[in-house]
Ligand binder design. Structure first.
Ligand code: UD1
Ligand code: UDP
Length: 373
């Protein structure tokens, strides 16, 4: 049997977290796969944080991040770097995860180079090209250039079928983020953290491009006003380093003793921080998948989501970037115990921790039980 030469590409924090289980699973099968890792380093510091947690050393690092990078120039840099690399090396298959510029451009470079591309976390859709922006566009482009579609859930697979993708090329695997989350929570202790012992806290993430400007400022102003009225509850926000986020975040949220702004956390610290939080206030994709597994309610700072399973499970509630809905959501979850209990039950619509094994089985052409969340 010949060995399949696989290139795993990653660029940002969530890609590293979600492709790490696949890299480890491929490395367990050296007779079937020769695995190489390429980092575009679309993110620098947040990527390195995650590579260290998962003990991954890329074979190649394009080191592409520039402060305050714009979408078009980043796209151009990734396409040039990937194209040059793919023309100098022979791979039978390239894998990438999600909907970032790195993932979209890698799929495009593979299409031009005529190399089969496998997409991890395929089939997520909001149906709205402006939300999330540019990720919904990226997903659709990726699907056109993908040979193997690894859909995390049945509804993601349905989205692909509606786009006339052949059923035999769609594999329902569960989301690899649950593999990563279980691996970290079962294998590590909570590091020290900045919330005083015994105090309740809300954990926040916020970084989506479509709300940059007035709307992100309004989210931060809402949070500041709310927590200045409720000094007994803490808000912990590891601030995303994008200057469009960090600038207004530090300007608007600094100076209150119960609002704790920190640097981005590595995945060990963040997983335990989620586990210890009362609830999450977040526009992250990954957090919407992790929180149901932990039984932590999420107020989702978005009007639409490509992850309807968490909403259907009752763990995620869409409040958008809107003052009235954010305040109402916080009031419900912080001061109405019955409402809190209704949302805070552990459920696993996104996986059982075995997604990477299913992806590797699919690549080997072996049968496996699809994930049925
Ligand atoms: C990107 C992805 C988004 C994903 C997010 C995860 C695109 C278009 N966007 O958005 O889908 O949800 O990552 O976090 O692919 N920066 C640093 N250090 C870092 C990382 C970022 O300083 O380690 C700053 C830099 O100034 C950089 C900026 O953040 O230019 C933006 O990074 P970029 O990857 O372009 O966009 P994100 O908003 O992080
Ligand atoms: N995360 C982390 N540290 C942080 C914030 C988030 O490890 O300080 C993790 C989080 O658990 C999730 C992922 O990063 O797995 C989400 O990344 P992000 O919000 O950057 O991107 P998205 O999921 O929205 O694409």
């Amino acid at each position: 049997m010949s060995v399949t030469k696989v290139l795993c590409v990653l660029g940002t924090r969530p890609e590293a977290i979600k492709i790490a289980p696949v890299i480890h699973a491929l490395n367990l099968e050296p007779k079937s796969f020769q695995t190489r890792v390429l980092a575009t380093a679309q993110h620098r510091r947040m990527l390195d944080q995650m590579l260290a947690v998962f003990s991954i050393s890329p074979d190649t690092d394009l080191d592409l991040m520039r402060p305050g990078q714009e979408l078009a120039e980043l796209t151009g840099r990734v396409l040039a770097g990937m194209t040059e690399y793919l023309s100098a090396h022979r791979f039978d298959l390239v894998l990438a995860q999600g909907d970032t510029t790195t993932a979209m451009v890698t799929a495009l470079a593979c299409f031009y180079a005529r190399i089969p591309f496998g997409h991890i976390e395929a089939g997520l859709r909001t149906g709205d090209l402006s939300a999330p922006y540019p990720e919904e566009f990226n997903r659709r482009v990726i699907a056109l250039a993908t040979k193997y579609h690894f859909a995390p859930t049945a509804s993601a697979a349905d989205n692909l079928l509606k786009e006339r993708i052949l059923p035999e090329l769609i594999f329902i695997t569960g989301n690899t983020v649950i593999d990563a989350l279980f691996y970290i929570l079962h294998g590590t202790e909570s590091p020290p953290h900045p919330i005083p012992e015994g105090r309740e806290y809300v954990l926040m993430t916020c970084h989506r491009r479509e709300i940059f400007g007035d709307r992100i400022r309004e989210v931060f102003a809402t949070v500041r006003d709310y927590f200045s009225r409720h000094r007994e509850i803490f808000l912990w926000y590891p601030v995303h380093p994008n200057p469009e986020v960090a600038g207004p975040a530090y300007e608007i949220l600094s100076g209150l003793s119960n609002i704790i702004l920190t640097e981005p956390l590595d995945y060990i610290a963040f997983s335990h921080a989620m586990n210890g939080a009362r609830l999450l206030l977040s526009d992250s994709g990954g957090v919407q998948e992790e929180a149901p597994a932990l039984g932590k309610p999420v107020l989702v700072l978005r009007d639409v989501t490509e992850r309807p399973e968490g909403v259907a499970a009752g763990t995620c509630l869409l409040v958008g970037p809107h003052r009235d809905r954010i305040e109402a959501g916080l009031n419900r979850l912080l001061f109405d115990p019955r409402e809190y209990e209704r949302m805070a039950r552990a459920r696993n619509p996104y996986g059982d921790g075995k997604a990477a094994g299913r992806i590797v089985a699919a690549l080997k052409g072996e049968p496996f039980e699809p994930w049925r969340g």
